[in-house]
Design a protein around this ligand. Structure first.
Ligand SMILES: [Zn+2]
Length: 711
């Protein structure tokens, strides 16, 4: 579930009645929406409405916080945690609309506005988390939490306990528990880290986009490349003022096809070297010194908070809990992946030998020979598949899966607010007709939309006056548009993306947690479980046959094509899993550094980490240190690059449970999954939620099987 990080505090009491200013009369954020399901009145919202409403929201929340701090009564769960948890409703109601529309349907003015609103909100968040009086009250409740109820009272429920700990933790991670001296050190470290991370990202951008280009002026050097790739390279040449030539860049959409198809081995090496040497060229854009400092500063910061390493600091709040757990988890996957990668090398070397090439496979050859192998073993033609994946059919298939699992129905809504004419809205209802929430689906690209696919909430499920307020959720994608002759036909990748986002949507829709900070708010190594499990259903023959109907003839997709789809999931998995795991190990190595330890030389450090796991030289980590953007240009994935495969293990294991039961739509299991892994997911530790559903901890075997790594 995607939660916007700075909106973690959602509010409750709306001081709307006191607003008398004429300015606010026409501003829809200042009044009741008076719309079906209380959906934001999109058609009535103008850009000029945001700023006044957000300023008012900030003001209101500060007043709410002040009331908590000034409360003469002893701090209690009700008068402190609950009030804090409820505060900021007015602000969230506005910012949810603003940030969601800024991604899905924005214009120049809105993007400008975002530059003003972003910093305003993060400053506001800081003001709350640095409020000493507020922290003292939260801490008082936290410190006494285990003794609550010892005088004969009931004590706290597990969900309350979890909410207390999460609220307390937010302050602590912001430095509230540190001495004034240490707070000063923290501020310095944070500001250094922030500049270093920005510099890392900027260098990488220059290195990727400007500092290297493969310029080709001899037509024969294009041998093997598909026409569309050649045409693209000619266009890039024109953009670079090199008309008549062909230019390839280090952007993956340009580089990968070159590596895949170009017969000229020297040129493949040239572009791949350009790619893997980024940030490592001993010039102004070199990232080695920067990342070394980042890793060392993070270790200092972790120590300040009383943690052994940055990895302990980060992973401590995840489902995995400790770096040791992550490490042993990665190792269980590593061995089979490496074994498979070595097999793949052999298979490719056989092709090289058969073609009479007198050389050994090198890292820059991998894509080229893997492509030949793919044709031999797995040939799956996208053009053959697409006619079976008409968007509307895929959508209905996904609704059908949800109905089979959870009994819910999705009913098309007309006459509700729409932020764009291309968008669809559905009411989600339980089997007994009870309203669950509203789901918007926004499929196609347009200029006002950012790229990618995501799921978000205009209103997340929240409790108000003891009653659950149903959510308003939205899925936004960038799928191929229909034309007058041809409907929108999805690629296999787009099919699984739609199911994936729908999984996030179901999580949002089913959340049933009493406290805003914790409801549906799961650790980052858990977030992709609800989404990825749905991808499994998309590929099941039973489901494929339901939605895979030829758009012209209505004919059902053949068993042969279904088999090809399933088999193609095994292609190149030694490499894909191997290069990913190598990067995950590298991430952990940097963040296992202790305060005071230094990195002598970045390249040696990387080499050591890679020889420790026995990485073969035909593969380099998916990201080498000097261009490991995920972990060095920001904090979010530091000591957390492993989360993608952690979630993959979870979803494969969870789906296996359904399969083993003999019915992929097993209603009993679905109910357990909904209750523990979706509805109450934020009320407890991730592993506990999973165990309640599964009866045991996840195993890696189902993922290994799915990727064909268990042979
Ligand atoms: Zn996702």
């Amino acid at each position: 579930m995607k939660k916007i990080p700075f909106l973690l505090i959602i509010p409750i009491t709306m001081a709307v009645s006191c607003m008398t200013d004429k300015q606010t009369d026409k501003n829809p954020f200042f009044g009741e929406y008076n719309t079906p399901y209380d959906i934001p009145p999109f058609e009535r919202i103008e850009n000029e409405h945001y700023l006044p409403a957000i300023k008012e929201g900030i003001k209101q929340q500060l007043e709410e916080i002040d009331a908590i701090v000034q409360n003469p009564e002893e701090p209690s769960f009700e008068n402190t945690i609950l009030e804090l948890d409820k505060s900021g409703e007015f602000l969230n109601r506005t910012t949810n609309v603003f940030f969601n529309l800024n991604s899905a349907n924005s214009d120049e003015d809105m993007r400008e506005l975002a530059k003003e609103i972003g910093p305003m909100i993060s400053e506001h968040k800081d003001n709350i988390l640095l409020n000493q009086g507020l922290f003292e009250r939260v801490k008082a409740v936290y410190d006494a939490r285990k003794n609550a109820g010892t005088d004969g009272g009931p004590g706290y429920s597990p969900a309350q306990m979890h909410a207390i700990e999460k609220h307390y933790d937010r302050f602590v991670r912001n430095g509230a528990n540190l001495s004034a001296e240490d707070q000063e050190i923290l501020r310095k470290i944070n500001s250094q880290l922030s500049s270093l991370q920005i510099a890392f990202g900027q260098n990488l951008l220059e290195e990727t986009n400007k500092n290297f280009k493969l310029i080709i002026d001899q037509k024969e050097d294009l041998a093997g490349l598909p026409d569309a790739v050649i045409a693209g390279a000619a266009e890039t040449a024109v953009e670079n003022g090199l008309e008549g030539k062909w230019v390839f860049t280090l952007q993956k959409p340009s580089m990968i096809p070159f590596l895949q198809y170009a017969e000229n081995r020297e040129l493949r090496e040239k572009i791949y070297r350009g790619y893997f040497m980024r940030g490592n060229n001993q010039d102004n854009f070199d990232n080695k010194e920067i990342l070394k400092q980042i890793a060392e500063l993070r270790a200092e910061k972790a120590k300040l908070f009383g943690h052994e390493t940055h990895a302990h600091y980060v992973i401590g709040q995840n489902m995995a809990k400790t770096p040791e757990n992550v490490n042993s988890f990665l190792e269980r996957l590593w061995e089979p992946a490496l074994k498979m990668a070595k097999n793949e090398v052999k298979e490719m070397q056989a092709i090289i030998d058969a073609e009479g090439g007198e050389f050994e496979l090198a890292s820059w050859d991998w894509w080229y020979y893997a492509e030949k192998l793919r044709k031999q073993k797995y040939d799956l033609d996208e053009a053959q598949l697409k006619p079976y994946f008409k968007l509307e059919n895929v959508r209905d298939g996904m609704f059908w899966v949800a109905k089979n699992l959870y009994g819910i129905e999705l009913k098309k809504l007309n006459n509700v607010p729409m932020y764009h004419p291309d968008v669809e809205a559905y009411e989600v209802v339980e089997e007994d007709g009870k309203h669950v929430g509203v789901l918007y689906l926004d499929y196609h690209p347009r200029e006002s939309k950012r790229v990618g696919a995501w799921c978000t909430g205009y209103r997340e499920a929240t409790y108000k006056d003891g009653k659950l307020v149903p959510p308003v959720i939205s899925i936004v994608c960038n799928f191929t548009k229909p034309t007058e002759q041809i409907p929108s036909l999805l690629t296999w990748d787009e099919v699984t993306t739609l199911f994936h986002e729908f999984g996030h949507a179901l999580h949002f829709l089913f959340v049933d947690g009493k406290y805003n900070l914790t409801a549906g708010n799961v650790p980052r190594d858990y977030v992709e479980l609800p989404s990825q499990i749905m991808e499994n259903f998309a590929a099941e023959p039973q489901v494929l046959k339901y939605y895979g109907k030829h758009y012209e003839t209505g004919e059902t997709i053949s068993d042969e094509l279904i088999e090809k789809i399933q088999k193609s999931g095994h292609f190149n998995q030694g490499f894909i899993t191997g290069e990913y795991l190598a990067a995950a190990f590298l991430d952990l190595a940097y963040h296992n550094l202790k305060a005071g330890e230094t990195i002598e030389d970045v390249l040696t450090f990387e080499d050591d980490a890679m020889s420790e796991i026995g990485l073969i030289e035909e593969i380099i980590p998916r990201y080498r240190s000097t261009y490991f953007n995920h972990i060095f240009s920001g904090e979010y994935y530091s000591a957390g690059y492993y989360v993608y495969i952690w979630a993959a293990v979870l979803d494969a294991d969870a789906f296996e449970y359904f399969k083993q039961s003999g019915d992929i739509f097993n209603k009993e299991l679905a109910a357990k999954f909904r209750e523990n892994c979706l509805a109450k997911s934020g009320d407890m530790e991730g592993m506990e939620a999973y165990r309640l559903f599964r009866g045991q901890e996840p195993e890696v075997a189902p993922l290994l099987n799915r990727r064909g790594l268990n042979n």
